[in-house]
Design a protein around this ligand. Structure first.
Ligand code: DGL
Length: 236
């Protein structure tokens, strides 16, 4: 029985899992890599809600009181509906780190995310709330999450990135269209998909002067604080 459950369409979210484990090393966390439904980014909204509801039900049946959606795509598209469907658990989602990007004061920000996340209302809202309309360039990265997934190997619960060729080819297809001068002027890259965190080093080569940001630390902080509240008898 694990009181914290976490899921993603695959092993991308394991970087989130590591960030949470660093804060709560004693707590058992169940991680579901929903590989049979990977990629989430290409499912319809209804289909994705059905899939993520099923995963959530399983986690709850095995004791989860907190469900962490270690996936930007599922968060931006389903978290609201999941909260309504399962009011007794606390959902913590992963959103592209645009708020953090704003705080850096950067004027040139690039957001890399799945086509579905890029097109979501939530990303639009985050951009407007943080007044980043003029600073952010959105790049939908079709196929990149699967290409990263193909290079991850999991043995006894430990994941490692063992191959990056596919992901590098995919990055080339997506980023070679962007003029070199524009890439070099970027100050911040927001890794808006948990899979991309695995290939931050490869992405950095395309944006040599930029700082890479992801939402993992923010999610981990939130999980820790909700966990403390639940442990102290609160609702989270
Ligand atoms: N790791 C997921 C995310 O953060 C990948 C999405 C997918 O499976 O398409 O968006």
């Amino acid at each position: 029985m694990a009181e914290i459950g976490m899921f993603d369409s695959g092993n991308g979210g394991r970087t989130t899992l590591e960030a949470v484990r660093r804060r709560l090393p004693e707590v058992e966390i169940e991680y579901v890599a929903d590989l049979k439904n990977c990629p989430y980014g290409e499912k319809s909204a209804a289909e994705l809600l059905e899939i993520t509801s099923r995963v959530t039900q399983g986690l709850i049946a095995r004791g989860a009181k907190i469900v962490v959606i270690a996936c930007n795509t599922a968060t931006t598209r389903c978290i609201r509906a999941l909260r309504e469907k399962f009011p007794d658990v606390v959902f913590i989602g992963t959103e592209p780190a645009l708020r953090l990007a704003k705080r850096t004061g950067a004027q040139r920000i690039v957001l890399l995310a799945t086509p579905s996340t890029v097109a979501s209302e939530q990303v639009d809202r985050l951009i407007r709330q943080n007044r980043l309309e003029k600073q952010v360039k959105l790049i939908p990265c079709a196929g990149l999450a699967e290409a990263v997934e193909a290079g991850i190997e999991v043995q006894r619960g430990e994941a490692r990135l063992v191959r990056t060729e596919k992901a590098e080819r995919c990055l080339m297809k997506i980023l070679a269209k962007m003029p070199e001068g524009e890439r070099e002027a970027m100050e911040v890259v927001v890794l808006g998909c948990t899979h991309y965190v695995w290939i931050a080093e490869q992405i950095q080569k395309w944006f040599p002067k930029a700082r890479m940001l992801d939402g993992n630390e923010g999610v981990a902080r939130r999980v820790e604080s909700v966990w403390e509240k639940i442990k102290n008898g609160g609702k989270g």
